[in-house]
Every structure is written in structure tokens, then in C-alpha cells.
Design a protein around this ligand. Structure first.
Ligand code: ARG
Length: 763
């Protein structure tokens, strides 16, 4: 309901209060005042729209960062202290872990700034501002502009607008399309390349419940980790970690509330949701359901089983593959859940019904037929053709590039180009560029594990993908290795220099094109890649020919037809705001879920014989003693997690959950199993956002981790349930034992005996 339908919108505002209502929606903060603020106030928001998003004064948006391009984090101190999820920090935590100093397993809190750990390559982006540039991008373009011309013009203008906004490298800027290319927005960020690891709980807390509990409610995971953003002496970003850097002073950091949550409380989530496809047509859903997801699931199943077999044999290997495994397993389970949900909720049928109604609406009016008449049939034809080649795409991504050796071989492509040119400087640069990423790769690589994966995944590729679409290398396998991918794997892994860092370095010391092109891993990669680019991509492009235009028309038609509904654009890794309330749900017939979990649930799930449900000894003791400190809830329990009906998706991980007063109450970290189709279709009755309660996070840091200095760095606004601990006494210098005594007394009528063990780890 924006630029394109402006006149209609105006008309409608006279008739209906035009505002967003449902809890569906990942909203652009730019429009919060116009579209959402009134509804947010009704739900309990006390802040003004400017306190949420303002480009001139500090507002909430300044406290929220995109972490590494894949997660969200938020500032919780004036010294650049950042909270995010454990699974967002996982790779960094794992990279600093060794079997001797296993901080992934044991947890870690920097006792001083000097102990904070640098993470080259990790960055945060902080939004400077965003702008609706639709009219600039589409200026002079009309419905009759030929599609090719439109695409070229749009791309050129997107680039120009972004380049302009970068101010010669001062900012990171890009233009993203929304609503299938009906609207365009410019985003301008500052990028900070010095982000240091400050703390993380033991993995048994940060990933408690493992893959079994992943994507599920009820949850008992302390899914948080802490970083600090560093800047130069003038508070300006540096591209990489620098010794002289100092903690960044953010424009705004979030106060942290110990007050806790009740059912129906207002909650908003700020963050960087990655991707939703709520406008994907039925034919697209169908393809995902019966071709794309089954292929992904099958190939990931295979890879994960083989990895796990080896990880279970060897502790050092388990550490090396921990992050890779968690990554692949996360979306493996997501694809399974998405497919189960699509079947159960009949998502494709629903979409078909919606399209039938849309088609009828279009047919009812000659002007609409003119504008949108071909959209749906074009879409359906396109997907029918894409279906013929889609498996190839999935197997290239998940089978060939599911092996590490093929993925690394692809990294040698720039070197091959340089070698072909014979330009010495270019060759040296290509070699130098490989050093760091390759060292990082080999640090966590086990060739014999990868060989098993290669044999299995490439075997499935040869077996499942139509013969006519297969790369030449499979003919070699058939002719020279008796069709045995195992034998071919033996050959590749005994001959390639990509199996160890020493062999690779020997090659890089005196690289020649002949040696590179003779390497069997590189040859395999070349064969897969060339086949894909030359034989598959052109077919897919032909199939998708009219799809861009048809999608754009389809989305425009839908919004025109349902002009009383305010749509939010699909997630595309740009900053969004979602709002809703703390809310339980009914999972299925006869199953009702509460909206919060407590420490009691950790004890119920605890299982010393199951690595996913081990509870660290110290946590067990604290929980059994009910030593919750000032973090207990009104009922005297330790709050652990809660759910809201905020609309989020991957990329939102680590996002702040903020109450009506703008205070941090939790960290969003997951979605629930019953709503795994949420990225494709939103169901308000089922979809929930799973959050770590901030009080559990602080308890883990202070009580379990003994890192009270980090809690003290935050701005705690303890207008919480504990009597006598009002805002004045809030911060950190309250005598804990007194506070606890008071609390326990009032909450139990003074009956409970106060048993307190000395907090051994307290600093
Ligand atoms: N499902 C969560 C997300 O995508 C990630 C949870 C990580 N935990 C795990 N057990 N893999 O944000």
C-alpha cells in the first residue's frame, strides 16, 4: 500500500483506518509511524515512532546491528558490548577452541578487555539510514517498457544510487527490491570490522537440547553469546581488527529489564530477517515440496550421518566439525519441518485457492486483464519447465558443493585465470588471497571424512540426476572406475593436492596451469561447474524467461485486489521491525503450550547419558539449590525462555525482544515446529517466535559464569517483581544476598529456608 497504489490508499483511509493489524509482518522501520505505530500503541507500546526510528536523533535502530551478514545483535552498554545468540557466535567460539582449551565446551568470559578475542573477517553493519528510492529507480519506466530494457535500467540505477551513497568507501550501501520489483529501497550502513568475542556459556547451555530441540517449543536453551565492537580513537569503523582500537560508543544501547513478561504483554523484535517467500506462487511451493526439499533432505541426511560417524570416534574431530555440522543440521531439520507443515496445512492448496480467486478478480475487469492477464499462466509454465532442471541445481549445491574438496577447488578459479593470463603480479595476488581462507579451512578439515562424503554424495548425484544433465566426469567414473564412485574417490583423494595444507602450499610455491588442471579435485569441480553453466543454466534461464515480470504483476495484482490489507515486503536481509505479544498456542488437537519455560524444565530434560541434554555440574547445583538471585520471576522460578507471536525468520537470530518501554526482555533465537511453513505462509494461530528470557541470560553470565562485571556494564532497569529492588537500587551494587533473602521471604511467606552456597566462581 505505498507508491503504486497511492491514490487508492488515500481514498481508503477515509473509509477505514488503514493500518497493519495482524501480527504478520516484518516492517520497514522507515514506515513505522505511518503504518504501524497506532496499532503498536494499542498493543502496549509506550514509545513514540521517533524513538523507534529517527535518522537525526538516537533511536532504537541505532542499538541494533547486523552481525556478519547472517545474524542480528544489539548493544547493551555504552562500551559497544553486544548480545547475540550462541548459534550466531558458534563459529567464532569454535575457532578459538582446542581440545586443550575448549571454550566451546566450557564456556568463556573475558575477565578484561585484553582477553577479548579478535575475529578477523567478522563485522557488524549499523544502519545510518534508509530511503524509498522507487521513483528514482523506476523513473520513466512504464508497463510497456521491454523487460530487458527495464532490467538493465533498474540495475544501472540501483548501482548508481548505491555508489553515490557510499561516499567513497565511507559507507556500505545497497538498493534492494521489494514486492517482486514493484518497490526499491536504499540502505546505508557503517561497517565495523573489529568485533571481538567477549563471552559465551558452555555449549551444554548455549545449545542445550541440540538438534532434538532445535525448531521446537518448549525450549530450555541459553542461546546467547557476547561480543564487543571496536572502533578507532575517533569512534570510526576499521575494516579489520586493529591493536590500537577502543570499544565503540554506540549512539544508543538498550536498557535491560528484569521485570519479566506476562501473557499478552507487548513485544517487538528488531533485526535482519534473511528471506521469506510469502509471495511464492502455488507452482513454486509445489516444486519446493516435492522436489527441492526432498533432495536437500536426502543429501544432508547422508552428509550428516557420515560426519557424525567420524565425529563420534574422535574428540578433536568433533570440535573441528562442530560448527559445520550445526549449520547443515539446522536447515536439514528446517526443510523436513517445512515439508511436513506444507502437507499438514495444505499450503499448496491454500495458495491455489488464493490464485483462483485472484484470477477471477482479474478476469472480471478488462483493464485488469490488460495489466495482469498473463501473469499466472506465465508463472505456471515457467515452473513446469524449471522442474525439468531443478534437480541439477540442488545436486550441484548440496552434493558436489556438499563436499569440502570440491568447494575448495572452486576457490582456485581466480588462480587459474591469473595463470592463464601469465601476469606475474596477478598470480602472486591470487596465491596470496588463498593463504588465509585455506589455512582456516584446513584447520578444521579431515580428508578421510570428506572422502567418504565425496563418494556418497557424488554417487547420489550420478544416480539421481537425469543422464543428459550429468557432468562429463561421471563418464570417466563409468569408463575408468567401473561406475564405482568409491574407486573414483580413492583416486581423487590419493592424488589431489587439496587434501592437505602442506600439499597445497607445495603447489602454491610454484603454481602452473598444467599442474592445476591435472589435479583430480580441480578437474571434478571444473566438470561439474562447466556442465552447470553451459548446459543447465541456459535452460533454466529460458524457462524463467518471463518469470520476473509475471511475478511482479502477480504481486501487484494481489495487493491491488486486497487493497485494505497492508502487506509487508518479504524478508531480504534488510532491517525490519515486527511486533506482537507474549502468547501461548495450541500445537495440535488437545495440546496447549504455555508461553514460558523455567529452570525446572532444564532439570526435567537433564540426561547425563545423552550429549544433547547434559547439564553442566555447576548449573545442576545452582538449579537444585534454586539459587536464582535477582533473576527469579514472581513465582520464584528461574525464567528460561518465552514465546511471542512476532513474525521473524532466520537472520533474526540474536534479535532483541523489546518491551513497550524500549527495554530488552529477551533474545529471539528460533521458531516453532508447528509453523515451519512460516517463511512461505504465515499462520497467526501457530507461528511463534522463541526467545531466551534476558533474566536467564544474565543468570548464566553472573551466577553460572561468574562474570558479573559484564552484567554490571549493562544498564539494568530493575523495575522488576522483587520488592525493594526498584530502579534506584537497580544497578549492580545491591547486596545480592539481601535481595535474595527479601525475595525468598516475600514470595514464600518466609517459609523457605534460604540455602545458599558460596558462589565459587563469582569474581
Ligand atoms: N533454529 C535456529 C535458527 O535457525 C538455530 C538453532 C541452533 N541450534 C541448534 N541446535 N542447531 O535460528
Amino acid at each position: 500500500m505505498r507508491t503504486t497504489h497511492w491514490a487508492k490508499a488515500l481514498l481508503l483511509t477515509l473509509l477505514l483506518p488503514l493500518a497493519a493489524h495482524a501480527d504478520e509482518g516484518m516492517w520497514l522501520p522507515l514506515f513505522v509511524k505511518r503504518l504501524n505505530h497506532a496499532d503498536m500503541q494499542k498493543k502496549g507500546l509506550k514509545l513514540t515512532a521517533e524513538e523507534i526510528y529517527d535518522i537525526n536523533n538516537a533511536s532504537l535502530k541505532d542499538a541494533v546491528v547486523q552481525l556478519g551478514g547472517f545474524c542480528t545483535g544489539e548493544f547493551v552498554s555504552s562500551q559497544g558490548l553486544l548480545l547475540t545468540n550462541h548459534h550466531c557466535g558458534y563459529d567464532a567460539i569454535q575457532s578459538h577452541s582446542t581440545p586443550q582449551n575448549n571454550i566451546l565446551q566450557n564456556g568463556f568470559y573475558a575477565a578484561s578487555r585484553a582477553e577479548e578475542k579478535q575475529n578477523p573477517g567478522l563485522f557488524v553493519d549499523i544502519l545510518v539510514r534508509m530511503e524509498d528510492v522507487t521513483s528514482k529507480v523506476l523513473d520513466g519506466i512504464s508497463a510497456t517498457t521491454p523487460e530487458q530494457e527495464r532490467m538493465a535500467t533498474v540495475q544501472k540505477r540501483q548501482r548508481e544510487l548505491a555508489d553515490n551513497a557510499k561516499e567513497n568507501g565511507k559507507y556500505v550501501a545497497y538498493v534492494r527490491d521489494m514486492f517482486g520489483g514493484n518497490e526499491y529501497y536504499l540502505f546505508i550502513y557503517q561497517r565495523f570490522g573489529d568485533v571481538r568475542l567477549v563471552g559465551a556459556p558452555p555449549e551444554a547451555v548455549g545449545k542445550f537440547g541440540g538438534d532434538t530441540d532445535n525448531w521446537m517449543w518448549p525450549r530450555h536453551t541459553g542461546d546467547f553469546s557476547m561480543f564487543r565492537v571496536y572502533a578507532d580513537k575517533n569512534n570510526q569503523p576499521t575494516a579489520t581488527p586493529q591493536a590500537g582500537n577502543v570499544p565503540y560508543v554506540p549512539k544508543k544501547h538498550l536498557p535491560v529489564s528484569l521485570q519479566g513478561i506476562n501473557e499478552g504483554d507487548f513485544a517487538m523484535v528488531f533485526g535482519f530477517p534473511g528471506r521469506t517467500q510469502r509471495f511464492l506462487p502455488a507452482a513454486g511451493l509445489q516444486l519446493t515440496l516435492d522436489q527441492t526439499n526432498p533432495a536437500r533432505i536426502k543429501l544432508r541426511d547422508t552428509r550428516l550421518k557420515l560426519w557424525k560417524e567420524d565425529m563420534d570416534q574422535d574428540a578433536a574431530l568433533r570440535l573441528k566439525y562442530a560448527s559445520k555440522y550445526a549449520n547443515i543440521a539446522n536447515y536439514w531439520k528446517y526443510f523436513i519441518g517445512q515439508n511436513e507443515g506444507m502437507k499438514r496445512l495444505k499450503t499448496v492448496d491454500q495458495k491455489k485457492a488464493e490464485e483462483a480467486a485472484l484470477d477471477q478478480w482479474i478476469r472480471a475487469d478488462q483493464a485488469r486483464v490488460q495489466k495482469y492477464g498473463d501473469a499466472l499462466s506465465t508463472i505456471n509454465e515457467a515452473y513446469a519447465k524449471m522442474r525439468e532442471y531443478n534437480l541439477s541445481t540442488q545436486y550441484v549445491n548440496e552434493a558436489a558443493f556438499g563436499t569440502e574438496i570440491v568447494t575448495q577447488a572452486a576457490r582456485l578459479q581466480p588462480l587459474a585465470t591469473a595463470l592463464k593470463s601469465g601476469d606475474k603480479a596477478a598470480i602472486d595476488k591470487a596465491v596470496a588471497d588463498l593463504k588465509e581462507p585455506m589455512a582456516e579451512h584446513f584447520k578444521d578439515y579431515n580428508a578421510s571424512t570428506d572422502k567418504k562424503v565425496f563418494a556418497a554424495l557424488m554417487g547420489l548425484y550420478m544416480q539421481d540426476v537425469p543422464k543428459a544433465q550429468q557432468p562429463d566426469v561421471f563418464q570417466t567414473v563409468q569408463k575408468q572406475y567401473g561406475s564405482s564412485m568409491q574407486k573414483y574417490a580413492d583416486y581423487v583423494f590419493s592424488t589431489s593436492f587439496l587434501t592437505s595444507e602442506a600439499k597445497l602450499n607445495a603447489f602454491l610455491a610454484a603454481p602452473t596451469l598444467a599442474k592445476l588442471e591435472a589435479d583430480p579435485a580441480y578437474k571434478t569441480y571444473q566438470s561439474v561447474y562447466q556442465n552447470y553453466v553451459q548446459n543447465i543454466v541456459p535452460k533454466l534461464q529460458a524457462a524463467q524467461g518471463g518469470l520476473g515480470q509475471a511475478n511482479r504483476q502477480y504481486v501487484a495484482a494481489l495487493r491491488e485486489k486486497n487493497s485494505q490489507k497492508v502487506y509487508s515486503p518479504d524478508a531480504n536481509s534488510t532491517i525490519r521491525l515486527s511486533y506482537g505479544t507474549v502468547r501461548p498456542y495450541k500445537g495440535r488437537d488437545a495440546v496447549a503450550y504455555d508461553y514460558k519455560t523455567t529452570g525446572q524444565g532444564i532439570l526435567e530434560k537433564e540426561d547425563a547419558t545423552n550429549p544433547e541434554f547434559v547439564v553442566p555440574q555447576k548449573e545442576l547445583e545452582l538449579l537444585k539449590m534454586k539459587d536464582y538471585g535477582r533473576f527469579a520471576d514472581k513465582g520464584g522460578n528461574l525464567p528460561v525462555a518465552f514465546i511471542t507471536d512476532n513474525d521473524i525468520t532466520g537472520g533474526n537470530s540474536g534479535s532483541p525482544v523489546i518491551n513497550g518501554r524500549g527495554e530488552l526482555i529477551g533474545l529471539a533465537f528460533d521458531g516453532n515446529w508447528e509453523a515451519m511453513t512460516g517463511d512461505l505462509a504465515y499462520d497467526p494461530e501457530l507461528k511463534r517466535c522463541i526467545n531466551a528470557d534476558i533474566r536467564y541470560v544474565l543468570w548464566c553470565i553472573e551466577k553460572l559464569g561468574g562474570a558479573r562485571h559484564l552484567v554490571d556494564e549493562m544498564t539494568i532497569v530493575n523495575n522488576g517483581p522483587n520488592p525493594g529492588v526498584g530502579p534506584a537500587a537497580s544497578a549492580s551494587n545491591v547486596d545480592m544476598s539481601d535481595v535474595e533473602k527479601m525475595k525468598v521471604k516475600t514470595e514464600n511467606g518466609g517459609k523457605t529456608k534460604i540455602k545458599r552456597k558460596k558462589d565459587a566462581a563469582a569474581l
